[in-house]
Design a protein around this ligand. Structure first.
Ligand SMILES: Cc1ncc(COP(=O)(O)O)c(C=O)c1O
Length: 428
């Protein structure tokens, strides 16, 4: 018998899952010992990529789709960063680097972190990774043991819970609530801490809600972690994309001896470098060597010329970041305006990142469907790709996420089509 796994998939019928045969042919007689490990079969893939795949398939059939599903800047990486990498290649920067990355890049990351947060960060504890996704994986790989509990935001970035389970841990969701503007509050975290808590994952500004943690939130969570003897893994990948004059806080600022904090960050979002796959992790000193052993096992080192691009971003990229954030702020304004005109839909004002998390409970309630089916109808019938909220965890049901890392024209058109669609679907 071939093995099967199930992937979330939006089909014309709105099916939640499709069966994917792992054996290429039902007729192939496999030795029963030839089978994939359960840990691989149970990984929950990132749904936005699956939705993107479905949308692209429709485009190949000649349909015009407005893409509001994928969390990636529409901007091309700033020219000086691209040129630095090209120059590096031309100059023969084609070799392995040390596992945690080039010394200059690690120093530059440590300096920038120190500058931004006013804390001393030793460059030896900075490890460069292939995107922040690898940083999350390596962080979890180096701390999670069988049965350990890891508290994480739900709705939230999918890789947290999947990563914890991959290493035999137990993901413990914190339900983010609209009445708290989706902030992960110390009170909620405190309720879930146990003697098995190994880590608390925070993400501010947050995907998918745009929530930004306050100084007291971050400080409070660090204190809880310290009392519990747990780590705080802080995913700060959207930290410069923040609005309304709010400030980003890192647990680094409240963890005096830098014992509990693991910072995950990357170049993908604010430098518009998603395709480069460049990120980093800052660890407490006692974790640096184990984490670097994991990185050594998995990737040996990040690509050399890509790291030179990253160095240029850190040295001469802040103006470009400011300009892109100005554009995101304008687009956020368009989202707030258009959503406020929709019937039966509301949205907590996003304070950071580039997502709107639309409460569509009234629409799906009236239509007797779930958020996945709604997203499927929006894509199939109306040509707008969005992410169903349940893709971001069980507490995301009742919502859809849109990414406004897109042109004002596309955002406005997409949201107006959605508004019309919601009226038709809900029968207003
Ligand atoms: C919260 C969060 N963390 C991490 C990532 C991974 O980003 P990358 O691996 O491109 O650095 C994403 C990507 O969408 C994200 O939203």
């Amino acid at each position: 018998m071939p093995l099967h796994i199930y992937l979330p998939h939006i089909s014309p019928q709105g099916l939640e899952k499709v069966e994917i045969a792992l054996a290429w042919d039902e007729g192939v007689k496999l030795n029963p010992r030839l089978k994939a490990a359960r840990r691989a079969l149970e990984i929950e893939g990132e749904s936005s990529f699956l939705v993107l795949g479905n949308a692209k398939m429709l485009e190949t059939q000649g349909r015009r789709i407005i893409h509001l599903e994928i969390g990636e800047p529409d901007f091309t990486t700033p020219a000086n960063i691209r040129e630095a990498a090209i120059r590096a290649l031309k100059e023969g920067e084609t070799h392995y680097t040390p596992t945690p990355g080039m010394l200059e890049l690690r120093r530059a990351i440590a300096e920038k972190t120190a500058q931004d947060f006013g804390v001393e960060v030793c460059f030896e504890n900075v490890s460069v990774t292939l995107g922040s996704k690898e940083a999350i994986f390596a962080a979890l790989a180096s701390i999670v043991e069988e049965g350990d509990e890891v508290i994480y935001p739900n709705p939230g970035y999918q890789a947290y819970a999947s990563g914890v389970m991959f290493f035999g841990g137990k993901p413990v969701p914190v339900r983010l609530r609209e009445e708290d503007e989706f902030r992960m509050t110390p009170d909620e975290v405190n309720r879930l801490v146990s003697d098995r808590t190994k880590a608390i994952i925070i993400n501010s500004p947050q995907n998918p809600t745009g929530a930004v943690l306050s100084r007291d939130d971050v400080k409070g969570i660090v204190e809880i972690a310290k009392d519990a003897g747990a780590y705080v893994i802080s995913d700060e990948i959207y930290r410069y994309i923040i609005y309304d004059g709010l400030k980003h806080y890192s647990p680094l600022q409240f963890d005096e001896n830098l014992e509990n904090t693991i910072v995950v960050d990357g170049f993908s979002k604010y430098y518009a470098m998603t395709g480069w796959r460049l990120g980093y992790v800052i660890t407490p000193e006692h974790l640096t060597a184990p984490l670097q052993l994991v990185l050594n096992l998995v990737t040996a080192c990040p690509s050399s010329f890509i790291q030179i691009g990253g160095l240029e971003a850190l040295r001469n990229g802040s103006n470009a970041v400011r300009e892109m954030v100005e554009q995101y702020a304008i687009r956020r304004g368009v989202v707030i305006e258009e959503v406020s005109k929709m019937s039966g839909v509301h949205m907590v004002r996003p304070r950071g990142a580039f997502y709107g998390f639309l409460n569509v409970k009234e629409i799906i309630g009236r239509a007797g469907i779930n958020s996945l089916k709604l997203a499927s109808i929006l894509l199939e019938k109306y040509g707008v790709a969005v992410l169903h909220g349940s893709a971001m965890g069980s507490f995301g049901e009742g919502y859809v996420r849109i990414s406004y890392a897109n042109s004002v024209e596309n955002i406005r058109n997409g949201l107006r089509i959605m508004s019309k669609a919601f009226n038709e679907i809900a029968g207003f």
